[in-house]
Design a protein around this ligand. Structure first.
Ligand code: IDC
Length: 482
């Protein structure tokens, strides 16, 4: 009784399944009109410099929705190479390039776009590819029109003008001071005269990118009258290591924005944890090779090769510096480079040392300065005394300080902040304040919500620390001009 129906039911099921498949297959047999509609449009923009470029490619799906895509194109010049890409898996064979979607951007509905990109190198010339495919279909804009016979314009995005931007003229800090260099223990301008730069540091670019649109940089240059923008690119904490090309492009864009407003740009390779800069040595070499090549012709760039070494000896920091500095010098021989110091850039004081270790064993390179950082509510007379002592023997640059405690939070210590800034003014030591951002912490200059709102001028957007710093920074510079 039982044994007979079982096999027959089984057969029945299998038969039904095969039947269903057959029916389904019949239903989608290709009648030309019923095939999935395809079509796509691609914009390809590059930001190019001698031997290298960044390409940004936006793909728009003009056909039926796809789940998983492959973008294809061919480089016109045999010397063009994809070096490192993002937002897709890139492969190159001869001159043919493909970028395959990743999990998170594979599904593209009708009319949807996605943007991918890569850093590339070129040898002979760097023309843009003119023909693209999406899943094998030519991207003609979807209307059936043939691809243009002449290359599309390759104007870079407005935020990253090419490095050939003419130098600013007029009365801005860069127009007056030009290419800087270290002379004795000072930072000197193009007339060989000591100057002090006063400005602000960004917060981590990975968290506060929305704080640095044009309006924000306008306010810093015009309303604050700042000389300097420190561009703080964290390496860990979801920073550079997670997307080297993307963060490099973000830094370059801010270098350009500072240049366009006549401000100096301090490029901060913001190492913090781990404290041993050697951990990031290869990343630093890659990053500074790219940034210094791209910005070599600019006069406004200063390189800060490690933010706050901690838990390591001075000789380890020095060895790191002597490996990174030549990478920068190879491209940009006259740029000032700033080297972090032991104990969170405290000249060693926060780890029981002092500046003698640097004086006795300086970095073997020209045109360099040493970093000192302080947080006014935490670091007081013993640190001020050491800075005063060191400043007679070493070129110092305060690339970061806070008006609050070293946590970045708490109340402004006005008395200690004024004592510090009076000392730095007197010694002509340049500084950048942490931070020009709307982070919910006492050190931030802007009130929470300011960056999303998009208005940056005046005092109503400022915190207590911001109002204090704006007052200190916007007093006249009186840079010497002869
Ligand atoms: C702090 C930021 C805070 C962030 C933290 C994480 O203010 O929002 O969560 O980093 O890394 C430094 C560092 C700088 C610190 C700052 C304040 O260079 O990255 O920023 N600080 O703690 N050295 C001394 C203090």
């Amino acid at each position: 009784m039982f044994s007979i129906p079982r096999p027959s039911r089984r057969h029945l099921f299998v038969g039904a399944a095969v039947g269903a498949l057959a029916v389904a297959a019949t239903a989608v047999l290709p009648s030309p009109d019923a095939m999935a509609a395809t079509g796509c449009a691609v914009t390809y923009t590059t930001n190019s410099w001698q031997g290298g470029f960044t390409a940004t490619v936006t793909v728009k799906n003009l056909g039926d929705p796809v789940n998983g895509w492959t973008l294809g194109f061919t480089f016109p010049d045999s010397g063009q190479r994809v070096v490192q890409g993002w937002s897709a898996t890139w492969q190159q064979s001869g001159s043919a390039v493909t970028g395959r979607s990743l999990d998170y951007n594979g599904s593209l509905g009708t009319g949807a776009s996605t943007t991918v990109g890569f850093n590339g190198s070129w040898a002979g010339s760097n023309p843009s590819p003119t023909a693209f495919t999406l899943n094998g279909t030519a991207c003609t804009g979807g209307t059936g029109t043939p691809p243009p016979s002449t290359p599309p314009p390759t104007t870079p995005p407005p935020t990253t003008p090419p490095p050939t931007t003419p130098p600013p003229t007029g009365t801005t800090p860069v127009a007056i001071n030009g290419q800087l260099r270290v002379c004795g223990v000072n930072l000197c301008n193009q007339y060989g005269r000591p100057i002090q730069l006063r400005g602000m540091s960004t917060h981590g670019l990975q968290w506060f990118a929305n704080c640095y649109p044009d309006a924000s940089l306008d306010a810093l240059a015009d309303d604050w009258q700042a000389d300097l923008l420190r561009i703080s690119m964290y390496v860990q904490e979801q920073g550079y290591e997670t997307n080297p090309a993307g963060f490099t492009a973000q830094v370059n864009s801010l270098v350009d924005k500072a240049e366009a407003r006549g401000m100096y740009a301090l490029v901060d390779f913001h190492t913090l944890t781990p404290g041993d800069p050697t951990y990031n040595l290869e990343r630093a070499k890659t990053f500074f090779a790219t940034v210094s090549a791209r910005n070599a012709a600019k006069k406004n760039v200063i390189y800060e090769i490690t933010n706050e070494p901690n838990g390591v000896s001075w000789s380890t920091i020095r060895t790191y510096a002597e490996q990174v500095i030549p990478v920068i010098r190879a491209n940009d021989p006259d740029a000032v480079v700033i080297v972090g110091t032991r104990g969170w850039s405290s000249l060693g004081v926060s780890e029981g040392g002092n500046s003698d270790e640097i004086v006795n064993n300086p970095v073997r390179a020209e045109n360099i300065m040493y970093t000192f950082h302080f947080y006014a509510a935490s670091h007081k007379d013993n640190y001020r005394n050491e800075v005063q002592r060191a400043a007679a023997r070493l070129p110092l640059f305060v690339t970061e300080f806070g008006t609050v405690t070293y946590t970045g939070d708490g109340a402004v210590d006005t008395a200690s902040s004024n004592a510090w800034l009076d000392l730095l003014d007197r010694l002509k030591i340049s500084y950048a304040n942490w931070t020009y951002s709307d982070a919910p912490e006492g050190s931030a200059a802007l009130r929470p919500g300011t960056c999303a709102a998009g208005t940056f001028t005046g005092t109503s957007v400022l915190t207590e620390s911001g109002a204090f710093m704006r007052n200190r920074i916007r007093t006249p510079d009186s840079f010497p001009t002869s």
